[in-house]
Ligand binder design. Structure first.
Ligand code: SF4
Ligand code: SF4
Length: 193
């Protein structure tokens, strides 16, 4: 494929035509995705409105429409092992605009659930779980932010678990209930030793 000016090589590779064969398809994938997401993913007719609405698309190789296609075709491994699965910001623009009333955001969330069951999760997401467990925040406050907040006339810490750390225990209880922290610790240890 000829180089398109301004396109990174990785994006060119993604945009190349790919062929799939019957054995690449898992017929149980679409029902699983629909069961978790509770949305009518099979109704996708590949119009691309979702990708055109997606704030992540212009900044990355992530294309929500490709994931919708993989859901419909049963391309489970293709979908769950693609690191772009984790680039959705869950802004729900695609869901607001889909002409078929599908919720592509929820399809992505369902695929992430299925990926996590197979331990396919980027380490930075797992470290976010660990940060939430210890502080109640995915991105805890720091001294730079505290100084900025002071300059704006705000309290140094926001009225969250930073100001009321006694509520961190409640968050830990939820994460423990779903074994999220234990699994995050295990996978990070396996990857980083
Ligand atoms: S906007 Fe809806 S119908 Fe169009 S490609 Fe996206 S999910 Fe499919
Ligand atoms: S919810 Fe995700 S896939 Fe949909 S527009 Fe926002 S970032 Fe893109």
């Amino acid at each position: 494929m000829a180089r398109v000016k301004g396109y990174p090589e990785a994006l060119e590779k993604k945009l190349r035509d790919q062929r799939y064969y019957r054995e690449d398809s898992n017929p149980e994938f679409l029902p699983k995705v629909k069961g978790i997401s509770r949305t009518i993913a099979h109704m996708c007719y590949q119009c691309g409105t979702c990708t055109g609405s997606c704030p992540s698309a212009p900044r990355s190789t992530y294309r929500i429409r490709h994931f919708m296609r993989r859901a419909v075709l049963g391309l489970e491994n293709e979908a769950l092992t693609d690191p772009d699965l984790w680039l959705c910001t869950t802004c729900y623009s695609c869901t607001d605009r889909c002409p078929r009333d599908i919720a592509p955001t929820d399809v992505i969330m369902a695929m992430r659930n299925l990926a996590f069951k197979r331990d396919i999760v980027p380490v930075n997401f797992l470290k976010t779980v660990q940060a939430i467990y210890s502080s109640g925040h995915g991105v805890p406050n720091n001294d730079v932010n505290r100084a900025a907040r002071e300059r704006l006339g705000l309290t140094r810490d926001p009225p969250t678990t930073h100001m009321y750390p006694e509520y961190v225990k409640g968050i830990q209880k939820i994460l423990d209930h779903y074994k999220l922290k234990a699994n995050a610790d295990r996978i990070v240890k396996e990857r980083e030793g």
